[in-house]
Design a protein around this ligand. Structure first.
Ligand SMILES: Cc1cc2nc3c(=O)[nH]c(=O)nc-3n(C[C@H](O)[C@H](O)[C@H](O)COP(=O)(O)OP(=O)(O)OC[C@H]3O[C@@H](n4cnc5c(N)ncnc54)[C@H](O)[C@@H]3O)c2cc1C
Length: 434
């Protein structure tokens, strides 16, 4: 096939004169595809051919591949993590684990086989023992808890949501259950508490059941790293002055931090200490829709804006209720300076001040980690010395959330460790505990 024709087909004509090294990742992908097509191959080997392309271009490349295969009766061997792509392009799927074939199915059969797939929007899927073939994607962060819930239910768990716990029930210094809002009692042999431990021990556990010294130390546990969070719906990707362009590039899929110098960050911290928030905030932007097409319609995007220098309590008795929109405007204006036109691309926004994070999600002081990750609150001192083994002072009550070692973040590590402690105590019938 003549090179000009292929270049035209793959919209590369204007790139032919540019040095290869100056092309974006997506442009390089299209150039590689063009190089392969020039020879009109009967067999095409493609490795993640659309991974670095924006959703529209990716869709368009898939159409070109389909057309090419039909016209030339060609075979494509495609390595892809994207299940939607596999389903669309492939007649047969081979799944590999450490080089061994562990499944050889049609895409439809494979989807039926992997029960998680339905739940994860059939975009991408993951099974315990599959390491290579397909990653979890689709459904955003919620897909993780959905997958966990499904696995738990398959193992016999019952899950209730919208069930606020009002009180932890204790008999003879042993937890026997909880009372839910509305008065219903749920009894059990062990209770794994995932909420902020300060809330647990100051609101849900009767203080008369706690050693006074423990309660005093718990009250002193610091939850002070307030944060301000915005979620925005965007009509297009931001074009940054340092890396212009609204077509997806590598940086759009990365964590983007507005914090141009140490002096800037220091000023942000000092400002927040004095006035409650930074005049020029440090902002971390993530645009998950660049790699999860289920989150926004084609061409549009969702982004989170995370701003950490904010005081949980504002000076001069001012409330976050009054300051929320002012700070949200400031964050958007700041982004406008680094990505001109950003504010115009915002279709909708959700703004969560430290007060909202505390009220809506139980994040005391807006602290997303259930307690500062400072040296005196880490390792064997999380939440405090003597209680870092996922057990509090009351038998049967365990700490499985971010207030336990190793702390906050989407790691699952505190829960994993707490589960081991619970299993071991259940096996021993709590007899080894005082
Ligand atoms: C804006 C923001 C951005 C973040 N960014 C990142 C990031 O980029 N990377 C990262 O790794 N981590 C990030 N985190 C932190 C991460 O989300 C948390 O560390 C993690 O979710 C903590 O998990 P957890 O299970 O310990 O607690 P949570 O996820 O806080 O779960 C506690 C649950 O307990 C519930 N609860 C509270 N009180 C009660 C009650 N009385 N009865 C019943 N239920 C109750 C709450 O509603 C909540 O669902 C972020 C958090 C926020 C808020």
């Amino acid at each position: 096939m003549p090179i000009a024709e292929v270049a035209e087909e793959l919209r590369l004509a204007d790139l032919l004169s540019r040095p290869y090294g100056k092309l974006s990742a997506g442009q390089k992908t299209r150039v590689s595809l063009a190089k392969a097509l020039i020879n009109e191959p009967e067999l095409l080997l493609l490795d993640e051919p659309t991974a670095s392309l924006d959703p529209d271009t990716a869709d368009w490349v898939r159409s070109k591949l389909e057309a090419y295969c039909q016209m030339h009766a060609a075979t494509v061997v495609l390595a892809s993590h994207n299940m939607a792509e596999v389903e669309r392009l492939a007649g047969r799927v081979i799944m590999l684990e450490k080089g061994r074939i562990i499944a050889d199915e049609t895409p439809r059969e494979l989807i039926d086989l992997c029960s998680y797939a339905e739940q994860l929007g059939r975009e991408r899927l993951s099974r315990g023992r599959v390491e290579v073939a397909i990653r979890v994607e689709g459904g955003g962060m919620g897909a993780i808890t959905q997958a966990m819930a499904k696995a738990a239910i398959e193992h016999g768990a019952e899950i209730e949501i919208q069930a606020d716990v009002n009180e932890v029930l204790i008999e003879r210094n042993k937890v026997v259950g909880v009372t839910l809002q509305g008065g219903r009692v749920v009894r059990g042999r062990a209770l794994a508490a995932n909420l902020n431990l300060k809330l647990l021990y100051t609101r849900l556990v009767p203080s008369s059941s706690l050693p006074p010294e423990f309660l005093t130390r718990m009250k002193a546990f610091k939850c002070i790293s307030g944060s301000f969070r915005m979620n925005v719906a965007l009509s297009k990707l931001p074009s940054f002055t340092v890396l212009p362009g609204t077509i997806a590039q590598v940086h759009h899929g990365a964590g983007i931090i507005i914090g141009p110098s140490l002096a800037y960050m220091d000023r942000a911290y000092r400002d927040a200490k004095e006035t409650g928030w930074s005049r020029e905030p440090v902002i971390e932007m993530v645009i998950p829709s660049t790699f999860d097409s289920t989150l926004a319609p084609p061409g549009a995007h969702v982004a989170s804006l995370f701003c950490q220098h904010v005081a949980p309590e504002l000076p001069n008795g001012r409330s976050w209720e009054d300051a929320r929109e002012e700070v949200a405007d400031l964050i958007i204006e700041t982004l406008d300076r680094y990505a001109p036109g950003f504010s115009k691309s915002v279709i909708a926004r959700q703004s969560l001040s430290p007060l909202d994070l505390e009220r809506d999600f139980g994040l005391v002081g807006g602290d997303i980690f259930h307690g500062s990750l400072s040296l005196n609150q880490l390792f064997s001192a999380r939440p405090m010395l003597g209680y870092a083994d996922y057990r509090g002072p009351i038998r049967g009550l365990y700490h499985c959330g971010s207030g336990a070692h190793p702390g906050g973040g989407v790691t699952g590590a505190p829960g994993h460790n707490a589960a081991k402690a619970i299993l071991s105590d259940l096996r021993l019938g709590f007899s080894h505990l005082q």
